[in-house]
Ligand binder design. Structure first.
Ligand code: 13P
Length: 254
């Protein structure tokens, strides 16, 4: 069975103390009976990584992730952070290709594929985000857009490396808008993604791949979304900033 994951993306929220408090609440609530088999991940701003990693010690129930890395290993890249650096602070995962980074920081497919390589070669698991804008959906181009993002971002990987990647389908029009994709809309795209992966690699690689849904996911809509055959969990923005809501989403799999 493929891995189920509920990952929080705190984005650029919470000062240091607030992040520590929220993470402590999450760890306290994430008891064995709550977490079950699914993997819980919290992707914090860089400043929290080391602090929350200390709190996560001694529990395998909550893993830590970053929200970005630069692809170079080290050197004169003022303001950037490498895979090795976030790993040394305790991160196991890294979100790459988020639509906010593609849109506001002009991250191209080419740059993203280098970041994916850097993450994987340093043992970080990329949570690679793909998804169409409202305009692209309305124009009926969403399958093409998603296919292109996969081809340019991750399909250069050999299958034994691709196996380590987690994908997240995040329709841009559903992020932070309160407009969730319907379970049918999300399932349609998740099934399409899995089919593309089967075509590029093989059915067994596709069957093992964890594909998360992201975009206004909350404790109310998560049960129906996560019940879809090809949806293996969620990448949660706003609702991951409230420990109760986040844990309620984690519990959907129990
Ligand atoms: P929201 O859950 O706030 O819509 O954000 C989704 C997201 O972008 C997660 O990466």
């Amino acid at each position: 069975m493929r891995k189920k994951i509920v990952a929080g993306n705190w984005k650029m929220n919470l000062d240091f103390q607030q992040g520590i408090s929220l993470f402590s609440e999450i760890v306290n609530m994430a008891k064995d009976e709550v977490v079950g088999q699914q993997q819980v991940v919290v992707c914090s701003p860089f400043i929290h990584l080391h602090g929350i990693a200390q709190l996560a010690k001694g529990t395998s129930r909550v893993a830590i992730g970053a929200q970005n890395i630069y692809f170079e290993e080290k050197g004169a890249y003022t303001g950037e952070i490498s895979a090795t650096q976030v790993k040394s602070a305790g991160a196991e995962y890294v979100i790459l290709g988020h639509s906010e980074r593609r849109a506001y920081f002009n991250e191209s497919d080419e740059l993203l594929s280098k970041k994916v390589d850097a993450a994987l070669s340093h043992g970080l698991i990329p949570i690679f985000c793909i998804g169409e804008t409202q305009e692209e959906r309305e124009a009926g181009r969403y399958f093409d857009v998603i296919r292109g993002q996969l081809e340019k971002g991750v399909f250069h990987l050999p299958s034994e490396v691709f196996n380590k990647v987690v994908l997240a389908y995040e329709p841009v029009w559903a992020i932070g808008t309160g407009l969730t994709a319907t379970p049918e809309q999300a399932q349609e795209v998740h099934a399409f993604i899995r089919q593309q992966v089967a075509g590029q690699y093989n059915q067994s690689v596709a069957d093992q791949l964890t594909i998360l849904y992201g975009g206004s996911c909350n404790p109310k809509n998560a049960p129906e979304l996560f019940a879809q055959a090809d949806i293996d969990g969620g990448l949660i923005g706003g609702a991951s900033l409230k420990s109760r809501d986040f844990i309620d989403i984690v519990k959907v799999f129990n």
